[in-house]
Write a protein that binds this ligand. Sequence first.
Ligand SMILES: [Fe+2]
Length: 188
Amino acid sequence: MMRALKASKSIFISSMIIIQFQQRPGNIGPDLNRKTKTMALPQDISPVNSELTDALVRSTQMDWIEITPDTGFMKILWFSGETGRWAVLFRWKKGHVARPHKHLSAAQAFILSGKLQVRDGIYEAGDFLHEANGMIHGETTALEDTEYLFICDGPILYFEDDGFTGYLGWEQLQRMQEAANQEKAAAE
Ligand SMILES: [Fe+2]
């Protein structure tokens, strides 16, 4: 079984950084937590932008946004107006049918619970799916109440036989989140 690599802790000393690596019998790569050898960095790798920050989203504290009456819900975890990338949690009630669509960018999905009928296959908890940029997909049906994490590199185009029915990208997500926030504020 592949051994997970743990993130190295970077220790800055003047303009040097300690790089940690050691090959151990049975391992496929270096142990990044071991401090055994050092070498000087040939350049400064400290961030130029001091405002760089990670983004932590506690999805358990977020409300679901209803995207299809009674059957389709979403939590918008993150999106980037710079790259167009976005990440959402989908919750589909049993019987929910997602429309045919074309991927205008690659996407990845991880099934957290439930079962999805996706074309010829059934995806269930623990299944990971990479959807290639350019793919056209038909209807997807929730065979059970299903939740899955969906990370997309750009927009998705929805269509039916006689034309396009919708477009989903980071701008639509931003508008949906703002509308949901306003609706919640008005109700309070
Ligand atoms: Fe798809």
